[in-house]
Design a protein around this ligand. Sequence first.
Ligand code: NDP
Length: 505
Amino acid sequence: MLRDVKIGPTVIVIFGASGDLTRRKIIPAIYNLFIDGWLPETFSIVGVARTASTDEAFCHQLREGVDTFSRRGKAKEEEWSKFASAIKYMAADYNDRQTYLSLLEDLDAGWRQSANKIFYLATPPTLFTVIVEQLGQLKAFRGEKNYRIVIEKPFGKDLESARALNQSLTEVFDEAQIYRIDHYLGKETVQNILAFRFANAMWEPIWNRSYIDHVQITVAEKVGVGRRGGYYEGAGALRDMVQNHLLQVMCLVAMEPPTSFQADEIRNKRVDVLSAIRPIEKDEVEKFAVRGQYDRGVVDDQPVPAYREEENVAEDSGKETFVAMKLYIDNWRWQGVPFYLRTGKHLPGRVSEISLQFRPVPHHPFSDSVTPANRLAIQIEPKEGIMLRTQAKEPGLGMKIKPVEMHYTYQEVFKSASPEAYETLLLDVVRGDPSLFMRNDQVEMAWSVLGSVLEIWENSIPVDFPNYAPGEWGPKGAEDLITRDGRSWLVPACLESNRKDGICP
Ligand code: NDP
């Protein structure tokens, strides 16, 4: 990873700049990089969108976004004024060649000629190809390392559309210039999986099928779809969460040790995992994947609507708001070890956690105690940390075994707030380091892993929807998926009741 690269002058062009993502994530992240001194002295931001606006009105809107969403709270007047002086707005029609002519002319004027130029596509995905093709008709970008393009998720809606988008992109840019965002990869705790595994000698010998019984990855949200019903109707939990975040986290847990932290080395190792995932045959989908949709119910004493009653959602929608899956990785390390994945909306809490459940000891010498197996929980959010459950002798006469936990949280140990994932990722784009971004083969492989499930689910309307109440861990089928194997879902460490040790609220 390129941590010490000196950054030259930089222009960031944001398409879709009037939107939610720009206001909530992109600008607060760039602003924090600016106040922490990571941005070069000479930089500018050009916001492009259809809405008629002025530089002043646009900046005002962005400041509101920073005041509301930045991890640091409200912007300070002097710092904001300096930052805002580098921002311009351009009202534009994405289908008009003139838009791109003016933009490129502007970028080539003055100091910008030799600057790094980053095109950030924060528009609805339907515009990705339009913008790329329009840019490509005006200039040869390939091989021009100072031009980079950032693509937001969703990257396609299936293998075919992802291939088509990759094709459009690679006709105009080299793969090394393309940054496909999966913001999960920018999270500190997700990056820490690599440090935890490969900077400590003790894990590697036991990080395999001989010692690990199974792995669980849970990414749960407490909220429903809210105002994003229109988007969600086209996506669903499988596309929105599993295809990208959960599979990428699984890759980091399962990958082989890299020989270096070069971008392609890490990405090769992640692709190796995806390509070793055992394909799910169409007639086996029911055995390996379960979908759910939330009903109306009560959350924190407040009534909440069913998914089918949300804004912009069809009243007979068959879209899943919950997915549970079982995957196997067919290689030496993981043969026979199931990876259970689950994600959904209106689950009991907001929590992302990876649990590695170790095998039980081969022999119990403590005659009157059952010795539960060790468990390692990597807590991604809301509290970032690691918890290892081991067994200890309870004080007193006799030999009584009791589970105890060793844990640390980032907050306790490092005492400083973690940067937002978007700060890490945007800085990497500016530096030209693609390690934490998805390569074309990774994205396509991830779609391919889910191909049969997508196809079967798309073509069969579920008869039991809605099938779980807000606040439950999905439908009964999710429970059956794992109990059939003689296992059970682990309650994420931070949601376990009566927890008093402060790991999680
Ligand atoms: P928005 O729906 O807020 O749209 C962004 C902007 O695009 C709008 O301000 C609008 O600007 C323009 N726009 C909307 N519809 C159209 C249209 N039909 N044709 C042309 N322009 C249109 O999107 P977000 O900001 O929420 O998301 C942007 C991208 O980022 C999407 O691809 C999304 O999937 C992705 N993303 C978003 C996340 C989020 O939290 N918001 C999280 C992860 C990814 P104007 O009308 O002024 O042109």
